[in-house]
Write a protein that binds this ligand. Sequence first.
Ligand code: 5AD
Length: 374
Amino acid sequence: MCGKQHTELGVERLVEKLCRKCSLSLTEYELLVAQRTPKIAQQLAARAVEVRKRVYGTKVFTRGLIEASSYCKNDCLYCGIRRSNCAARRYRLSPDEIVECANNGYELGFRTFVVQGGEDPFFTDDVLCGVVSRIREAHPDCAVTLSFGERSPQSYARLRAAGAERYLLRHETASPELYARWHPSSMSFDNRMRCLGELRAAGFAVGAGFMVGAPFQTAADLARDLKFIELFRPEMCGIGPFIPHHATPFASYPSGSVELTCYVLSIVRIVVPNVLLPATTALGTIDARGRELGILSGANVVMPNLSPVAHRKDYDLYDNKICTGEEVAECRGRLGARMLSIGYQLVVDRGDVAPLSQTNRFETREEQRHGRSI
Ligand code: 5AD
């Protein structure tokens, strides 16, 4: 048997083990990533889709994304709205404008609103709590998700009490060394991880997530992300390729690939069967069929943009971001048609995370822990 076939067999065994145990060691995750082949990727995607269909059928949940502010006090080296980018056009929506976006979205069939922004000091707890309670009062059948970065446990508790049920805070990378290369020294890996724990303690459904193919990232780093996801078990996980932004220190690095991003999506679907997994805008940006490929790799969420068209171009995290010109209705309509074309349906639904009991091949977590080992 030649070397390549030998390796492929080894990796196939890892796929089997992953599907059986929803867990691998760090070294195994690294091998699974580093030694992937197109054939393995196909097998993994088929298993991920099987899991996804068992849990969520062929439904695709939508979230209406409202980009509330492009002001940010942080200076992440990869991000186009980083503080040091003097060329960035900054805007912020007023609370009235945010509520208006949600109202429009409701008419179009959205039942979850993700209000997201840079770390903009304008959005104090009072302001955000006001926005959340107004949306919840106007649309009691909808969920509000927030994504406003690192805040205090007291702040998270207040936002939760105001009616926000979900919070997205990508961990970006689970490797402290890599985190330090992607961020200024004023930002701390430990604090980011602490925030994720505090969000959970405050009672949020928590979204973690990471970039794929960003500068200096290796298979060993991705293995750490996968291990982190396995252990933390976030309710949501946002995974997108890195895409350079021309006015950042990472301008000259290449984009992450659709292929590796989809591969990682498949692994995450198998590791956390009921995770809410978006086919991200970044994935749709690096490939015209990126979001379809994401769904066909195990993703089950899409997040069309509800922000006013006038500001869309200015929420400029990376170059060539898609959907910056389309009206919302148009965007949702087209996306719906694209999903139908691959056998999936956009649904009008809050799209809560499915309870674990109905999702796992093992009856209980207990049984899973003591489950068959190889
Ligand atoms: N490429 C891809 N994703 C990016 N993000 C920020 N900048 C980039 C980029 N250049 C992602 C980060 C952040 C989210 C809001 O957008 O993961 O958490």
